[in-house]
Write a protein that binds this ligand. Structure first.
Ligand SMILES: CC(C)(COP(=O)(O)OP(=O)(O)OC[C@H]1O[C@@H](n2cnc3c(N)ncnc32)[C@H](O)[C@@H]1OP(=O)(O)O)[C@@H](O)C(=O)NCCC(=O)NCCS
Length: 173
């Protein structure tokens, strides 16, 4: 079977403002592949500090062991810079999380991960892909809107008994 991986190039131009001289070019090569157990081992101890405070190693581990879940990782060389996952339910595909390493945000990695999981979701033959996001998480909401997700509902005080969850969905077919 031919294994597909996605390679993404991010080119960052650094300017010296005085005189607008190009100081250097940073070429970021990002590869997206299925998350393996050794990827999990590499990030499990730094999940909350470097990725997202909502993730614990046990949750991620059980997601990886769930036959209805699929997880992907974004890597720069061997360094993991983000990951994302979906859960395939009888009704639709749900995004369980998408997260970029804190030090690597705003470089296009979230775009790349979401694009990939939408493609994976299309291969499941489900009609839609959905997610829940904190109403205050405007960065993630922007990302989802950019890919055509629309608000279809909300769950009151879903996060910490305070913040509402917004339910967003996108038709896959
Ligand atoms: C949401 C998240 C994955 C975005 O990752 P990222 O790698 O920084 O995203 P990208 O650089 O690819 O940006 C993708 C889009 O996100 C939105 N975005 C990213 N950073 C933003 C910011 N600081 N302000 C507003 N919108 C922003 C924009 O729509 C952006 O599109 P653009 O590049 O065309 O402007 C990242 O912020 C993250 O890991 N957050 C914590 C985990 C989380 O909240 N996940 C969502 C759970 S529902």
């Amino acid at each position: 079977m031919i294994k597909r991986i996605t390679i993404f190039c991010y080119i960052k131009f650094l300017f010296i403002l005085e005189g607008c001289i190009i100081e250097g070019i940073e070429l970021l090569m990002i590869l997206v592949d299925d998350m393996k157990i050794n990827d999990y081992e590499k990030i499990k101890d730094s999940l909350q500090e470097e990725y997202d405070e909502f993730w614990t190693p046990n949750i991620l581990r059980s997601e990886l062991e769930n036959n209805n879940s699929k997880y992907i990782v974004a890597k720069e060389n061997t360094k993991i810079v983000g990951f994302a996952g979906i859960l395939i339910t009888p009704d639709d595909v749900q995004i369980t999380n998408i997260v970029t390493k804190k030090s690597e945000r705003k470089k296009g990695i979230g775009n790349l991960l979401l694009d990939k999981i939408i493609k994976m979701a299309k291969n499941t033959n489900k009609n839609s892909i959905s997610l829940e996001v904190n109403e205050k998480n405007l960065i993630a909401i922007n990302l989802y809107k950019k890919f055509g997700f629309k608000k279809i509902g909300s769950r009151k005080k879903y996060y910490n008994g305070i913040d509402d969850a917004i339910i967003m969905s996108k038709v896959l077919k």
